[in-house]
Design a protein around this ligand. Structure first.
Ligand code: SAH
Length: 216
């Protein structure tokens, strides 16, 4: 029986490093963060597998490689204040909390927000803050943010409040699209976002106000 530390080391080597993630701080954070503490009891046995895992309410915790790839793409230097939309299990926020100064994360499903908050607290993380609400509105009281990460996909474009709440030169990473999605990195210049396409991905859709707008 391999220990969870061994499983994490293997996950980092095979799934993350082998696919090209090189940032040493990102790799070390993935070696340390117990992903099994963020998945439901009946999924703990495959917490370190190379895939997304259902966390209830039709939602999933993303594949480890994707979480690592996004974290690396944000090029964090440990001093940033970050906004995450789509807390889910809280794992991504917990990882980011080790790479930046503060993480503000919003989850629309109340039960998931509560569970994620508890999981984050259990890791004794003091610089990640969970709020239940519609993330497409951002977190204006704490804006502006140095970086923003979306882990649920808006159908067409980045919600305007998020563009407004990002600092000049700040990075925003998001999956965008409906059936097929593109993971893109955006850099804020003036009042707009300059996009850089990264790779095709599959995330859960963003729900709430933005989904309703898209069907109008
Ligand atoms: N980052 C998560 C995985 C996210 S799954 C993790 O580490 O586990 C995407 C999450 O986005 C789901 O939990 C979903 O409920 C949430 N979500 C969808 N639309 C949202 C919205 N408008 N505002 C906030 N959260 C949203």
């Amino acid at each position: 029986m391999r220990t969870s530390q061994q499983l994490r080391n293997e996950m980092v080597k095979r799934q993350i490093e082998n696919r090209g993630v090189r940032d040493g701080r990102v790799l070390q954070t993935f070696r340390n963060m117990p992903r099994d503490e963020f998945v439901p009891e009946d999924a703990k046995a495959w917490a370190y597998d190379d895939c997304p895992i259902p966390i209830g309410y039709n939602q999933t915790i993303s594949q480890p490689y994707i979480v690592a790839f996004m974290a690396e793409a944000l090029e964090l230097s440990s001093d940033e204040r970050i906004l995450e939309i789509g807390t889910g299990s809280g794992y991504n926020a917990a990882v980011l909390s080790k790479l930046c100064r503060e993480v503000y994360t919003i989850e629309i499903i109340p039960e998931l927000a509560k569970r994620a908050e508890e999981a984050i607290e259990k890791q004794d993380i003091k610089n990640a803050f969970v709020r239940q609400g519609d993330g497409s509105l951002g977190w204006p009281e704490e804006a502006p943010f140095d970086a923003i990460i979306l882990t649920a996909a808006p159908p067409k474009e980045i919600p305007i409040p998020l563009v407004i709440q990002l600092k000049q030169g700040g990075r925003l990473i998001a999956p965008v699209g409906e059936e097929t999605q593109e993971l893109a990195l955006y850099i804020k210049q003036g009042i707009s976002l300059v996009p850089y396409h990264l790779m095709p991905v599959r995330f859960v859709p963003m729900i709430g106000k933005i989904a309703k707008q898209a069907t109008l």
